[in-house]
Design a protein around this ligand. Structure first.
Ligand SMILES: *[C@@H]1O[C@H](CO)[C@@H](O)[C@H](O)[C@H]1NC(C)=O
Ligand SMILES: *[C@@H]1O[C@H](CO)[C@@H](O)[C@H](O)[C@H]1NC(C)=O
Ligand SMILES: *[C@@H]1O[C@H](CO)[C@@H](O)[C@H](O)[C@H]1NC(C)=O
Ligand SMILES: *[C@@H]1O[C@H](CO)[C@@H](O)[C@H](O)[C@H]1NC(C)=O
Length: 805
């Protein structure tokens, strides 16, 4: 039976009016070479030392937006999922509901509010499609002047919390504005013990310009099984299908949909009340149900009202002929289902289910969210590259390669004092190459500058960092430049002091510009420097026993570095010990990861914030040829160390040396010393959204569930003529208002108004690209074969290396 009847309330949450002055800064309209705005700033919307002293607390803090119109182009959580169950951002045009630094919420905003973003566990940073931004700030009557951060805490705690969301802003006017369109049912009447109950919403879109949905989110409470959304223009086009028991993030749409003025929109929620002996009605608490389908869309930037909604079913005929699978649940997804256990915490009245222990995903079997599949040799066009020692990506998904051209690392490359032996013979090829996602060479440089390329990293500013083990130096190249603006270490001079390196292997850069260097083959330490190159500290020590000392901080070739800044960790591929060691950002040992599948040697690792933090890693072949194991790739949970997946190319990897993860589509690149580069694709694509112009893949955000409980009942709506979604019915509005008032009374605390603190940081968040993981559990005595191949440069541990040469 269907119980939602028709009212269509059309609310328009924001009508943004922009002051002309906003666009005045013409020079800021320039973009950098790679198409990213050059002026990106960040604001950290953090809880202001909130103390969630009860279970299930919902707390809020407010932040004022700039006086000028700006565009949010990226959201990134600064949160630990064990603390913050989920986070929502709401835009307020009339100020926050309270003036205290933090408050119990709802209430959220003084007047109307609209949901702008949602984050739940596992959600990677959300980057909007290119040329698309959420418009905030400015002084217009309905512009978003404050953003209220709402966190649903997982547990009570006495520790002041400062979790939040970092937003990336540009002042450059974007070609398209993003908005949210909400379809919801205000009335539900779900009978007891009924396996399939529908609630439908149908309305017509009468906006002025087409909407292009790129992400969607579903929301219901415990009885919700599946929620689907469609566009109808003579045929049905599915916008999205979601399981509301999964983390209620915004998931990318799978197909390109254009909703033109006059098209119809239909959403269907399907409930199963089996086991519940009472009827269930619409409402915000866990006893009640909700039925919401959100679309995140972009549209022409001339559109001023970007938040709107419709409710009720005005076109029952359209609903009757919905595709037959509209109420068929999605197939089970172990990774997402597991999280559902937490959802119930949201509801005050719900029974708290025991939280399942996260199940370490099986090795290779069925497909999971993090599964990588081999895609291709990459780039596919014929490009002449030598031994690939370093591979990295930038935030735009470009791929950087550091290779050795015609040079090989062999037993004659260094003497026993680690002195490079061909000082008059720099590599003649362009050792640094930058590729587009489709494998085209965009730029190459570095001819006659390098001797034995090793590590490569690209920071958020797109500075290119490299280490050259022949030079014993670390060099930084600003974007577009062929000469370094920072050179550390003395050319060709290996030493152990603070101003020198000895065969440094890798670099990882923090968002504030401070960076780490793994140094390296002979010193066995990690060094930390401030952004200007001043030495800060070093940690770790040479594993003098070579592979028998597995104590924390002992390194037998720290070969690759990655930072998981949001987790406060820097992790090192401790190559010849076949393990990953993770430290806090100050260098205190935190944990190690070692699996027997790593074999003896772990070469490289890279962190990705997706799925609450994973490491991708590659191992390397055994030196002791009597002890063989597969050379392959690994996906690991950063914090638990669980091995989530083993992946490989069909013919196997042979000498992988470095790994990089594309931050936008999470594809993984592996560079080998056998002059090869391989690409592995993330099998599930639901963190990927198409960009409006090109069909590039860009990660989307995610959000969580229930916290928007207030959403349907509380929004005050202002009707705008320009987007008429349906018929405005008086009764439902009154109902909504009453519910709103009740909810607010229920939650009310003191009132006041307050401007949040504004924190502006120059944009400086970048991931260091380099991360690698790997490990081995079995010790092996790596005797080096003095004649082993030339591409084994990195085989030898330092002492052995000496003998070898
Ligand atoms: C409804 O829920 C019950 C109990 O969880 C389950 O056994 C049944 O298969 C479900 N029915 C449908 C149609 O989803
Ligand atoms: C209907 O919508 C689909 C998807 O948005 C689009 O590809 C198609 O061209 C539209 N058809 C008409 C007649 O507008
Ligand atoms: C480099 O930065 C550090 C801290 O950030 C500062 O103490 C030091 O004076 C700076 N050095 C130079 C040469 O600017
Ligand atoms: C996340 O929070 C939990 C509980 O407070 C803590 O044990 C864990 O170490 C935290 N993780 C990180 C990376 O901070």
């Amino acid at each position: 039976m269907e119980f939602s009847f028709g009212l269509v309330v059309l609310s328009l949450f924001i009508s943004v009016t922009f002051s002309a002055s906003l666009v005045s800064d013409v020079k800021s309209l320039a973009h950098t070479d790679n198409g990213m705005p050059s002026d990106v700033e960040t604001i950290e919307l953090r809880m202001k030392k909130a103390i969630p002293n009860v279970d299930d607390a919902y707390l809020c803090a407010s932040y004022e937006m700039p006086d000028d119109e700006v565009y949010i182009i990226k959201y990134e959580a600064i949160a630990n999922a064990s603390t913050a169950h989920h986070i929502l951002l709401y835009g307020c045009s009339d100020g926050p509901a309270m003036s205290t630094p933090t408050w119990d919420c709802p209430p959220l905003c003084k007047g109307s509010e609209q949901i702008m973003f949602a984050w739940a566990k596992n959600a990677p940073p959300t980057v909007l499609p290119k040329d698309v931004g959420f418009r905030v700030g400015g002084k217009g009557e309905s512009s978003v002047k404050n953003i209220v951060l709402q966190i649903h805490y997982a547990h009570s705690s006495t520790a002041p919390d400062e979790s939040g969301i970092r937003i990336y802003l540009t002042r450059q006017k974007q070609k398209y504005v993003a908005g949210i369109f909400l379809m919801m049912s205000y009335r539900l009447n779900i009978p007891p013990n009924t396996p399939v109950v529908h609630a439908d919403i149908s309305c017509k879109y009468f906006g002025e310009t087409s909407m292009h949905p790129f992400a969607y989110r579903t929301h219901a409470h415990d009885l919700g099984r599946v929620i689907t959304g469609y566009q109808y223009n003579t045929t049905y086009h599915m916008i999205g299908k979601g399981n509301p028991q999964w983390p209620q993030a915004f998931y990318p749409t799978k197909e390109d949909i254009e909703i033109k003025p006059g098209d119809s929109l239909i959403a269907r929620c399907t409930f199963n009340s089996t086991g519940r002996d009472r009827p269930t009605f619409a409402g915000a608490t866990g006893k009640d149900e909700m039925c919401n389908f959100y679309m995140m869309f972009y549209t022409d930037s001339s559109v001023t009202r970007t938040f709107s909604e419709c409710g009720g079913s005005h076109y029952p005929n359209l609903v009757q002929s919905l595709p037959a699978d509209s109420d068929k649940p999605l197939p089970p997804n172990p990774l997402l289902d597991e999280k559902a256990g937490h959802h119930h915490l949201h509801h005050h009245t719900a029974v708290v289910k025991p939280v399942e222990t996260p199940t370490p995903p099986p090795q290779t079997g069925q497909s999971k969210k993090t599964d990588l599949i081999f895609e291709s040799q990459w780039p596919n066009e014929n490009v002449d590259i030598g031994q690939v020692s370093g591979v990295a990506t930038d935030d735009d998904g470009l791929i950087y390669v550091f290779h050795r051209g015609s040079r090989q690392w062999d037993q004659y490359s260094f003497d026993i004092y680690n002195q490079f032996q061909q000082k008059n013979d720099p590599i003649k090829e362009e050792a640094i190459m930058i590729f587009s996602k489709d494998g085209k060479v965009l730029r190459s440089f570095g001819s006659k500058q390098f001797f034995m390329p090793h590590g490569l990293a690209v920071d958020k500013q797109k500075n290119i960092w490299v280490t050259d083990v022949g030079l014993h130096q670390v060099l930084r190249f600003p974007p577009g430049k062929d000469t370094p603006d920072l050179v550390l270490g003395e050319k060709f001079v290996p030493k152990t002091d603070e101003k020198h390196f000895c065969k440094p292997t890798d670099i990882a850069v923090l968002s504030n510009g401070d960076f780490y260097v793994s140094d390296g083959y002979c010193n066995g330490r990690i060094m930390k420097f401030s952004a200007n190159g001043t030495f800060i500290k070093q940690f770790g020590h040479l594993d003098v026993l070579q592979s028998t000392d597995n104590s924390p901080g002992a390194f037998d070739i720290p070969h690759s570095l990655t930072v998981a800044e949001g987790k406060g960790l820097v992790c090192v591929a401790d190559r010849e010990n076949g393990r990953i060691q993770c430290f806090d950002l100050e260098g205190n040992f935190r944990h190690q990861i070692k699996h027997k599948e790593f074999g003896d040697r772990l070469f490289a690792l890279e962190y990705s914030p997706i799925h609450d933090g994973i490491l991708f890693a590659i191992n390397g072949p055994a030196i002791d040829t009597s002890h063989t194991y597969p050379v392959q790739g690994f996906t690991l949970n950063l914090q638990t160390g669980d091995l989530l997946q083993i992946w490989n190319r069909p013919k196997g990897l042979s000498n992988p040396h470095d790994i990089a993860v594309n931050p936008s589509d999470h594809s993984v690149y592996v560079g080998e010393l056998d002059d090869n580069l391989w690409k592995f694709a993330m099998q599930h694509t639901d963190t990927i959204i198409p960009s409006p112009e090109k069909k590039e893949l860009i990660p989307v955000l995610s959000s969580d569930n229930d916290e928007e409980k207030g959403v349907d009942t509380k929004k005050s709506s202002s009707v705008t003529p320009s987007i008429v979604l349906g018929v405005l019915l008086v009764v439902p509005v009154v109902l909504v208002v009453m519910i709103t008032i009740l909810v607010r009374m229920y939650h009310s605390g003191k009132c006041g108004k307050n401007k949040g603190n504004k924190v502006f940081n120059l944009q400086s968040f970048f991931n260091s690209h380099k991360g690698f993981d790997r490990l081995s559990t079995e010790e092996s005595d790596h005797e080096l074969d003095p004649f082993d191949g030339s591409d084994e440069e990195e085989y030898t541990a330092p002492a052995k290396r000496k003998q070898r040469t």
